[in-house]
Design a protein around this ligand. Structure first.
Ligand code: UT7
Length: 329
């Protein structure tokens, strides 16, 4: 029997219009454009403004564009997975809401939470459905309205995050294209360094938790940075070795955009030149589940069928991993 591979056959991404630049942040907290740029590589980030707007609105824009670009009718979709840490509500799943808003009626849908690694976790999950032969059209959304959980009085986190998202269509192919391999990891001991303290079942929302500002991102930057550099670089080098890939075989590294220094360390470890690394952190900051599809969308016009890409991410949990894929369109 011929092996069925899962290939990305379409990509679209979306960021809201409002731009929060470093200059504006200088008026909000004690920081400088220079500090933010040298420590993170970020100049500006996009913020979703407007009453009643949530992550599903970002995902919906991405999915609508994806359906239009690929000439796909919503009724054809079999499954939609949304990777997010900022769901519209605790329940139901934001994936259900996106499906409703985009007219996807013949599919089932669910959310997946793996913090900043969510998009690659979801892609690796989705590909198994396609490879099974039973699923023909699967959408993976990565989207976050990080501004909904950012404390804009905390200079250590508010300069980092932004809002955006993207979506890919996965379809079966019998060609030697699509997702070739993946390596995924998690280690829950990392939770102490990066989490949201309240609003879950351990500490439900109360006046006290709101007063203590416990519904925002809590991050100990340095330990997270250390783990991120080591693990994202290691797993990217590991997937190259496992698949006998040399630096010259790789067209692009598509890294999660958390910090320019983490991206550069990963590229160095893979011995890749800067031109082979997708970097747009300067314009969007860390959009959590949005970073990788935002990059693929921006670089799509440069990609050729058969190009070898390595996707890599690291995030809260800790979670981390890499995917090796051959671009199929
Ligand atoms: O995406 C998921 C995973 N997340 C990550 O990968 C993030 C990993 N961590 C990082 O990217 C970096 O640790 C940060 C960008 C968060 C922070 O950079 P850092 O180089 O690790 O800085 P630091 O936390 O060690 O802080 C250095 C100094 C401190 O001052 P003192 O104690 O040396 O006087 C901070 O208070 O910089 C200060 N600082 C700031 N100064 C100006 C922290 N934030 C700011 C700021 N502006 N926005």
């Amino acid at each position: 029997m011929t092996k069925i591979n899962a290939a990305i056959t379409g990509i679209h991404a979306w960021a809201p219009d409002y731009i929060l630049d470093n200059k504006e942040l200088e008026t909000m907290v004690e920081t400088t454009d220079e500090w933010i740029l040298t420590r993170t590589g970020i100049s500006e980030r996009h913020i979703l403004k407007g009453e009643g707007k949530g992550t599903s609105d970002i995902g919906t824009e991405a999915v609508k564009g994806l359906l239009e670009k690929t000439g796909t009718s919503p009724e054809e979709i079999d499954l939609l997975i949304c990777a997010t840490v900022t769901p519209d509500m605790q329940f139901p799943a934001t994936a259900n809401i996106i499906s409703d808003k985009t007219g996807i009626k013949n599919a089932w849908s669910f959310d997946l939470n793996a913090a900043c690694s969510g998009f690659i976790y979801a892609l690796d999950t989705a590909r198994r459905f396609v490879e099974s032969g039973s699923y023909k059209k699967v959408i993976v959304v990565g989207a976050d309205k990080m501004s909904s959980i950012v404390d804009y009085t905390d200079r250590a986190t508010c300069v980092i995050f932004g809002d955006a998202g993207g979506a890919v269509l996965l379809e079966p192919t019998e060609e030697n294209l699509g997702i070739m391999d993946s390596i995924m990891h998690s280690d829950g001991v990392g939770r102490v360094h990066l989490h949201q303290k309240a609003g879950g079942s351990v500490k439900p929302a109360s006046h006290e938790t709101v007063d203590a500002r416990e519904h925002f991102i809590y991050q100990e930057g340095q330990p997270v940075f250390k783990f991120a550099v080591t693990n994202m670089a290691d797993v990217s080098a590991e997937i190259m070795k496992k698949n006998n890939l040399n630096p010259e075989d790789i067209s692009y590294l598509v890294p999660h955009q958390a910090n320019l220094r983490i991206i550069e360390a990963t590229a160095r470890r893979m011995q890749l030149d800067k031109e082979k690394v997708m970097i747009n952190i300067q314009k969007y900051g860390n959009t959590t589940n949005g970073t990788i599809p935002m990059c693929l969308h921006e670089w799509q016009h440069k990609l050729k069928k058969g190009d070898n890409l390595i996707l890599a991410a690291f995030g809260g949990g800790f979670t981390w991993g890499s995917i090796y894929l051959k671009w199929a369109i």
